[in-house]
Write a protein that binds this ligand. Structure first.
Ligand SMILES: Cc1cc2nc3c(=O)[nH]c(=O)nc-3n(C[C@H](O)[C@H](O)[C@H](O)COP(=O)(O)OP(=O)(O)OC[C@H]3O[C@@H](n4cnc5c(N)ncnc54)[C@H](O)[C@@H]3O)c2cc1C
Length: 393
């Protein structure tokens, strides 16, 4: 499919309208994303059950041009710098339809952002235009078999050697692992931490299929067995990888809140349609007991999550790092709310909510990882709590 992307960037310069809704430019972007989501709705069950790259989804995302929103204009993208609000509304629309599609879009962004922010001109010119077209699939490799939230404990090493930089170690639970064209890899270098871009075909790199999740996901386990890449593949300043990763999180964390809002909206819509059409005790479910109240609570949580996600994303447009706390709050509140909303939706649908292969069952499973990746709820609350303690001193 092909969507005319037009020239909406002038309109995007105004982030919000007077009614605290999206401005015209972002509404247009949302329409484009919704058009893509609707066009691939029939593929969603199959794609979301797959732990391999779903080629028709990749082709549809490529044809939509939406991946241009995760790369700067200088390298074929849509805007001079990345726009977290645009990325958030796109993820909301895509997740409404398919978690596979949402992940494909989102990880083209977070998987390539340390390259965008810290790569050499030559490296960016080589990879980023292909990220836009999805000829290249991006990935970011931080987690290790023994290291999750506490990334300062990573064991992978990056070391200057004759002929470039040597990478040794293992990475685990890497989205797009095995399907990616390149990996932005975190490792120790001396007393600090560094990042390096490793092409998928580098000698000594092996990708194995990852675990089979309750919410299937393209996951790989990576082994770096004395992989040597050119020194020009370094990302950012040696020893300063945490500030580079922080830049990536500052742009992309809030977009996970967008995904959560899209999923919660889909769950609410499913449950509402069911409650209107199914009758018990001679009346539609929505007329019975607390069913309507339960749905009203879902609606309230969807709208409050959306308002917070858009606000945090709007703040991130001008100063992503300065507003990272708001992105964390948006991610925590929207992903936790999505869990509650989808659980209530299943309850409203009774036994039909439990049927394997139904949309609500898929949403129920797909909601779960949102609270774990890109900063688990507890780890984000911990960082917010630290800020409060510091502010109190
Ligand atoms: C679908 C999926 C895709 C992923 N994709 C990628 C990827 O592309 N690249 C990548 O590098 N990684 C990826 N990951 C890994 C992900 O980033 C980690 O799962 C995440 O960082 C949490 O680490 P962990 O699972 O090892 O949990 P742990 O760190 O072991 O945490 C377990 C529990 O303890 C809690 N906890 C941990 N520390 C604290 C603390 N200080 N205070 C309070 N509670 C705490 C956590 O909140 C959690 O509830 C992915 C994971 C999933 C599920």
């Amino acid at each position: 499919m092909s969507v005319d992307l037009g020239t909406d960037m002038e309109a995007v310069a105004e982030p919000t309208g007077p009614d605290f809704d999206l401005g015209e430019g972002h509404r247009l972007i949302r329409e484009q994303a919704r058009a893509l989501a609707a066009a691939v709705e029939s593929l969603a069950t199959e794609a979301d059950a797959s732990s391999e790259l779903h080629e028709p989804m990749r082709a549809a995302l490529a044809a939509s041009g939406l991946a241009g929103h995760v790369v700067p204009a200088a390298y074929g993208g849509r805007s001079e710098t990345l726009d977290p609000l645009a990325i958030t509304v796109i993820r909301e629309a895509l997740m409404y339809s398919s978690a596979h599609l949402d992940s494909l879009f989102g990880v083209q962004g977070i998987g390539s952002y340390t390259l965008t922010a810290g790569g050499s001109e030559e490296l960016k010119r080589h990879w980023l235009p292909r990220v836009v077209t999805l000829e290249a699939i991006a990935a970011i490799a931080l987690t290790e078999p023994g290291v999750g939230s506490d990334l300062r404990a990573v064991q992978t090493s990056i070391e200057p050697v004759e002929g470039g930089l040597r990478v040794r170690g293992r990475k685990s639970f890497i989205t797009n692992g095995g399907a990616a064209s390149f990996y932005c890899v975190l490792g120790r270098e001396g007393d600090g931490y560094s990042m390096v871009l490793v092409p998928a075909d580098a000698q000594g790199l092996t990708a194995h299929p990852g675990d089979d999740l309750i919410a299937p996901h393209i996951l790989g386990e990576l082994e770096f067995d004395d992989v040597v890449v050119p020194a020009g593949n370094r990302l950012g300043v040696p020893g300063k990888a945490f500030s580079l990763m922080l830049q990536a999180l500052a742009v992309f964390r809030v977009s996970v809140a967008g995904s959560a809002v899209g999923l919660a909206q889909a769950a609410l819509d499913e449950a509402l349609a069911h409650a209107r059409s199914r009758e018990q005790f001679g009346a539609p479910l929505i007329e019975l007991g607390s069913v309507a109240q339960s749905l009203a609570l879902c609606w309230t949580e969807v709208e409050t999550s959306r308002a917070m996600a858009y606000r945090a994303a709007s703040l991130a447009r001008t100063d992503p790092l300065g507003h990272l706390d708001f992105s964390s709050m948006a991610k925590v509140s929207a992903t936790e709310a999505a869990g509650r909303v989808v659980d209530r939706a299943v309850q409203v649908m009774g036994r039909f909510g439990l049927v394997r292969g139904s949309k609500i069952e898929r949403l129920y499973r797909n909601a779960r990882p949102l609270r774990i990746y890109e900063g688990s709820t507890e780890v984000l609350l911990d960082s917010l709590a630290r800020r409060l303690r510091k502010a109190a001193k």
